[in-house]
Design a protein around this ligand. Structure first.
Ligand code: SF4
Ligand code: SF4
Length: 254
């Protein structure tokens, strides 16, 4: 079992240079431009709160509500830590967008074939032995990457050695724990951090309860959507196979 990885964001160190968001946009082939919120082309952004800068992104929850809401398993918590997304499985129902308390998953409304977009902690780079592009680009190590347990120890060490830090690691327990932690010299509440509705309980407990109260028509609707998606994909595959067979026949004749 690989060591679970995480990112530690130190709000006290951040100088607001936006290198992290630019680097993220570069490696994902997106337009490099600052945006004031997460979007389909801003998977992380630097939010200014008074004199403080806070990098917003997916927290990669240990027990992610987005994944538990996904009917087709397009979103998954990987053993390495990142919550990944498989566009081939996604049927576009957007339940993940409703389930995430941070409003992280975004939808490509402008595209003809839209997908959900969210940070995946540069999963491919991690598999290749690299580190997330945002962390690599940070000139002052306001974002650091490493083993989750070691980063938690490092965060407590910084708090112990500097009394200006708030004695709390946001993400250590919130939402059942996450793979992105924050430490700060300003109260998290004043920086717009979401108060977890269930404290340290993971959110899927809440979505499960909510789903229990969901009218049957919605649940049935979800199943119908899943079935329709499967049929559409199947039809597409059959059509492609037929075209390929026609091409092969043409080649044989010529
Ligand atoms: S922050 Fe939202 S999108 Fe990210 S893992 Fe948690 S529930 Fe999913
Ligand atoms: S939109 Fe895609 S990723 Fe989100 S819940 Fe639906 S199928 Fe899963």
């Amino acid at each position: 079992m690989p060591n679970k990885k995480a990112i530690l964001v130190d709000i006290k160190r951040c100088i607001g240079c936006q290198q992290c968001e630019q680097s993220c946009q570069q490696v994902h082939g997106m337009p490099v431009e600052h945006q004031a919120q997460l979007s389909e082309t801003a998977l992380t952004f630097v939010d200014q709160k008074g004199e403080k800068f806070v990098r917003r992104m997916c927290l990669h929850c240990e027990d992610p509500a987005c994944a538990s809401a996904c009917l087709v398993g397009a979103l998954k918590k990987s053993p390495l830590g990142p919550v990944t997304y498989d566009s081939k499985k996604c049927m576009g129902c957007r339940y993940c967008m409703i389930a995430c308390p941070q409003g992280v998953p975004k939808y490509q409304w402008s595209k003809l074939a839209p997908y959900v977009k969210k940070c995946d902690m540069c999963y491919d780079r991690q598999l290749a032995g690299g580190i997330p592009a945002c962390v690599e680009a940070c000139p002052v190590q306001a974002s650091t990457f490493g083993d989750r347990d070691a980063l938690l120890r490092e965060a407590w060490e910084r708090i112990r050695n500097d009394s200006s830090y708030v004695p709390r690691i946001y993400g250590a327990e919130e939402f059942g724990g996450t793979s992105v932690f924050y430490i700060s010299d300003v109260a998290f509440e004043s920086l717009g951090f979401v108060a977890p509705p269930l404290g340290s309980e993971p959110l899927p407990a809440l979505s499960a309860a909510a789903l229990g109260e969901t009218p049957t028509v919605v649940v049935v609707g979800g199943s119908i959507l899943a079935a329709l998606y499967w049929i559409t994909q199947r039809k597409r595959q059959v059509a492609l196979d037929e075209l390929r067979a026609l091409d092969n026949k043409k080649e044989e004749r010529s």
